[in-house]
Design a protein around this ligand. Structure first.
Ligand code: PAF
Length: 287
């Protein structure tokens, strides 16, 4: 595996790979790689000739009171893991190279970025779309792989790609879960023992909503009330939002005609960790 830190060097290398007719599958990450990322890397390897992974803790997507400084950065361990999982090219730029002095440009998708997570994290998605477009311009991938756990992020990036005619195909990989159902996330490392025991309820409740939908319930209000009643029983986390929305504009639904995104964000009571999870109702299930 080759490791590059210089954006221009990485861009030149990726351009020469593509000129040789080889395709690039790209997994952008903020490091602290776990099973969720490994599944994205495997997906990238499955669709393209060369697998590129970036590791960059992007300051522009963290709010002033968020965990940028304490975000885990186990770089050596990440390099070993990425190489082991089959990454060919690792890009780990310095913040000063991505946002040099006099940097002034932002990329913003409007409207859908102020819903769900965007409501409590103003500017977060603008930070994400800005860095993702910059990374796309450097890596020039044919495919970019994102996780379904960050459903809103994948929808926002797809919107940016469509709106700006960015020549990249997005692949969304299923959420990887721990045996109890908790979605794998770098932030799970912050959880206390009591929180860890309690948070599997998040997915258990989402799964019950899925089952109610499969049995024929189509009232978003009933499904949402059910979800809220399950979360009311939790001792070590509180929901920040539980929403049932359409999968394009993320607007709340009354009645589910075809598909719906059931998205939740919760905050734990001891460590203050923010966890998100979701299920898509009415989507074709993968075998
Ligand atoms: O999902 C993430 O880890 C980040 O938001 C991303 C896409 C790497 C952009 O910094």
């Amino acid at each position: 595996m080759d490791i590059h830190t210089d954006p221009i060097e990485m861009q030149t290398l990726c351009r020469s790979i593509r000129r040789k007719g080889r395709t690039i599958g790209f997994v952008p990450t903020m490091g602290a790689l776990h099973e969720g990322h490994f599944s994205l890397i495997r997906q990238a390897r499955a669709v393209a000739d060369i697998c590129a992974v970036s590791i960059f803790v992007n300051p522009a997507q963290f709010g002033p009171s968020e965990d940028y400084a304490k975000y885990p950065r186990p770089f050596e361990k990440d390099c070993d893991a990425a190489g082991r999982e089959g990454c060919d090219l690792l890009f780990a730029p310095k913040s000063s190279d991505m946002y040099p002095e006099n940097y002034l440009t932002r990329v913003a998708v409007i409207d859908i970025t102020s819903r769900l997570c965007g409501a409590s994290r103003p500017g977060h998605f603008r930070g994400v779309t800005t860095i993702v477009l910059k990374l796309f311009n450097i890596v020039q991938p044919d495919y970019a792989v994102f996780g379904q756990k960050d459903a809103q992020q994948a929808i926002v990036i797809q919107r940016m790609i469509d709106d700006l005619h960015v020549p990249v195909t997005i692949v969304v990989a299923p959420t990887v879960r721990e045996p109890g159902g908790l979605a794998v996330s770098s932030r799970n490392a912050y959880l206390t023992k009591s929180e860890r025991d309690d948070v599997p309820r998040i997915y258990q409740a989402l799964h019950l909503v899925e089952q109610a939908f499969e049995k024929g319930e189509r009232s978003a209000q009933s499904l949402k009330s059910f979800l809220e009643s399950r979360f009311a029983e939790a001792r070590f986390f509180r929901p920040e939002y539980c929403e049932i929305v359409d999968t394009t504009l993320l607007k709340p639904l009354d009645h589910i005609k075809t598909t719906a995104l059931v998205a939740v964000a919760c905050r734990t009571t001891e460590s203050g960790t923010r966890l998100i999870d979701n299920v898509v109702l009415g989507a074709l299930k993968e075998e």
